[in-house]
Design a protein around this ligand. Sequence first.
Ligand code: GLN
Length: 486
Amino acid sequence: MKLCELTAHELKDMLRKGETSSREITESVLDRIQEVEEKVKAYVTIDREGALKQADEIDEKLKQGEQLPPLAGIPIALKDNMCTKGLKTTCSSKILENFVPPYDATVVAKLKENGAVIIGKTNMDEFAMGSSTENSAFFNTANPWDLTTVPGGSSGGSAAAVAADEAVMALGSDTGGSIRQPAALCGVVGLKPTYGFVSRYGLIAFASSLDQIGPITRDVTDCALLMNVICGHDPRDSTSADVKVPDFTRFLRNDVKGLRIGIPKEYFPEGINPEVEKAVINAGKLLEELGAEIIEISLPHTDYALADYYIIAPAEASSNLARYDGIQYGYRSQDYDDLIDLYKKTRSEGFGPEVKRRIMLGTYALSSGYYDAYYLKALKVRTLVKQDFDRAFEKVDCIISPTSPTPAFKMGEKVDDPLAMYLSDVFTLPVNMAGIAGISIPCGFSKEGLPIGLQVIGKPFDEGTIIQVAYTFEQNTDFHKRKPEL
Ligand code: GLN
């Protein structure tokens, strides 16, 4: 096995025993990028020099016999919507194509403090709006399992990089499914933490009441390690929760005995992909054999969640994206008559079609005369969606479901049909609306050899339970061990 193919916890052990160096690990990842990036195209920016410099600093500390921080020497990729000081952060948008942030996002600062080696910034749907990474203003990213299919989105670059061994771990962001859905489609692990658990400071805002940063990793152990580093209160994010962060590795227990696991009947609608359905039902059976109690539950407002999300998320986006006016930073149109014309041309030329669609939808929903009928109503429906989960969690400790209704689809298949694209997130976005936690882990493969994801949904700030269930499932299956051939 090459170093780039190992997990962070395996590499950590090797480093500690002196069997390898941080430089060797980083070089192995950079070599792999050299080898396959032309096909996968996971990265917008690769920071070769910066990564090697960080790796050498870790090796220097190792030599001095210093106690190393938890992620010392581990190569990580960051979705390109997290601000990195001195390193371009584009959101895969023309409007931020040359934006170099003057500061680090809180998660980035934490990774650096904890010794992680930042390899580069990954491709995404522009401003995180999309489910296939095809809305990137720059290029498409391919799914390493089948290069003619999409890696999912919007954190498609991060998921593809981890699946293709172009990074050992990665961070993504999830507003309606953008960590879990690409993790499912690329056969890796992705966790969306409870709203408020991870600081959003320095995450370029899409829909602020829904956005959360979270890990994309090769196994659940690495997910727990990364959660330990990124969670925690941040005074610079006013929605950051002031709660105690547990040591998530304590939940890496191969045991689900006595746990009550709900399966929502609304998450298996007519017409669901039969292979996905079968894989998830089988996962439930396995957990039952391992001692969990499987209980059928109902989340009755599921049908409204998608429409509701597509009022709330665009409304917030239209407000958040008002700042891109060509004045202080970002793209500015070259040829304009007056100030209003400058705004118009900058935004017309700088934003792609999906972003414009969202801005129009959101502006409409928030406009005087429509606000009550759309936005206010949507907030009320959001409460109903959340109450569904509250009620369910009176009966069960966590919930399992498919992550995505289908395995990876062909590139180009849904680009002209926004609604079909939006449906990719029917099972993930209710979790964001409710502000709770969800993890996706590999639970099977389609006939074509494409990965299928199992979602485990947990109570707020109870990531421990879903990590425990995910870990138990992983220890008793080997889906996570398969690698795509590239
Ligand atoms: N696909 C959803 C959207 O386009 C979710 C995106 C996300 O989670 N960032 O809004």
